[in-house]
Write a protein that binds this ligand. Sequence first.
Ligand code: TYD
Length: 205
Amino acid sequence: MKPGRFITFEGIDGAGKSSQIAQAVEWLRERGHAVLETREPGGTALAETLRELVLHQPMDALTEALLVFAARRDHLAQRIEPALAAGQTVVCDRFTDASFAYQGAGRGFDRGVLAQLEAWVQQGRQPDLTLWFDLPAAVAAERRAAVRSPDRFERQDLAFFERVRAGYAARCAEHGARFRRVDALGSRQQVWADVQAALAATGWW
Ligand code: TYD
């Protein structure tokens, strides 16, 4: 059996990941692949409960980091690892790069502690491909303003999101082999063309 592939989608809030994820999942299913479409924080009943807390309850940065990694531990053990073991493609809306970008770069939380949590929780597991939707914080803020009522992260100011963006750029530089930067400024069709090209270029499908 071919190994399952683990694909993650990342970017600041408002970068336009959601519609691209839906299209990527459809593209993979059309090619006959069994796809687990999931998200973080979340993906299991316990992790979805933790998500509610993280997005809506006041807490300090360490508590936030512990909760996102607790959710991740449950999600990996209950859903992601079994799906990969069964040869499925896992498409996940955010993963640990978001912890380095939001908790690390955004909140200024200790990256050494995040790296330790990453090692404990993931036991060496990393995404095979990460599509990073990059765009300036000001553009993302305009896009967000049009659509939804903000959670604890979405209420942060532009400077926070520029730090998060820089956090993603740093992860992209460190983990270049699995990262693909997608310019999220383009139209939905242009962005999809880039996503499709990045998926096809892996040679996995
Ligand atoms: P998001 O994935 O953007 O969902 P929605 O599209 O429903 O708003 O929201 C999840 C939020 O959680 C996002 O603001 C980033 C944050 N987050 C972290 O701070 N750390 C993490 O490790 C993860 C996975 C997400």
